[in-house]
Design a protein around this ligand. Sequence first.
Ligand code: BT5
Length: 264
Amino acid sequence: MDDSIQLLKKKLLGKTIGHMLYYYQEIGSTNDEAFKLAGAGALEGTVIIADSQTKGKGRLQRIWHSPSGANIYTSIILRPNFAPKLAPQMLIMAGVAIAEILEEYCIGRVNLKWPNDVYLNGKKVCGILSQMKTTVNDVDFVVLGIGINVNISYEQLPLDIRDIATSLNIEGGREFSRQELIISLYENLTKWYKKLKRNGFDEIKEKWLSMTPMIGCNIQVMFQDEVIRGKALDIDEHGSLIIMNSEGETIKISAGDVSILKEN
Ligand code: BT5
C-alpha cells in the first residue's frame, strides 16, 4: 500500500472523509493517534491509516490482531453536532456503511451483530471501535476505528481466532485491493453520515435491522461479570439493544457482547 499512498491522497482530495490523510507503516493504534490529533483540533474527516498496528485494540482492552501487508486499519475523526447520548448511533451507522460495501463484493452472506461486528459467512471480518470526547451537552469529536480483514490468509490468523474470524480473501478466494476498498468505505460512510445528520436515525436503523439475524432470537449478553438472557426485540433511537427477559420485562442494553443461543 505504501507506494500507492500518494495516489490515494490524490483521489481523496476534497472529500468529506479522507481529505486529510495521515499514513503510518506501523503505529501503536490508529485510534490513539486519531484521538490525539482530534484533541489538537484536527478537522472533521481527517483519517489515519496504518499498514500494521503494534497495539491494535478492541473494546475493553481486547487486542485487535493487526499484521502488516494484508488488512485495513483506519480511524476517522468526525465532529457530529449532537448530544452525547446519540453518539452510539455512529457505531450502528458505521456497521451499516461497511456491511453495504462488503455486500457489493458478492462473496458471501454479510451480517451485522450488535453493537460493532460485521460478519462474512458467519465469521467476523470487521470490528469497529468508536471512542469519543464529550462535554456535558455536546460531542466534541468521535473517532471511528475500523479494522477489516482483507487479504490475510487462514494460516496467518492467530490460533485463538481461526474459528471465529475470516477475511475477504479467505471467503472470496482471491486478493482484494485495499485502496479501492478504502475509497468506497470512506464514500459510503460519508453517504450514511450525511443521512444521519440530515434525516435522523430511522433509515439507518431499518437498514441495520434488515442486516442482522439477531432480532427475534434468544440471545445472551455478557457485560463484565453480568450475563443477561432474553429475546432480542429491537434497537432504540440511541442504538441500544432492546431485549425481553423470561419474566416478560423489557431491558435496554447499551454495552456488552452478544451471542445467539443455539436453542433458537
Ligand atoms: C472490536 O472489538 O471488534 C473493535 C476492533 C476495532 C479495530 C480497529 S483497527 C483500527 C482502529 N485502531 C485500533 O486500535 N482499533 C480500531 P471487540 O468487539 O472487543 O472484539 C475484539 C475481539 O475480536 C478479540 O478479543 C478477538 O476475539 C477478535 N479479534 C481480534 N483480532 C481480530 C481480527 N483481526 N479479526 C477478527 N477478529 C479479531
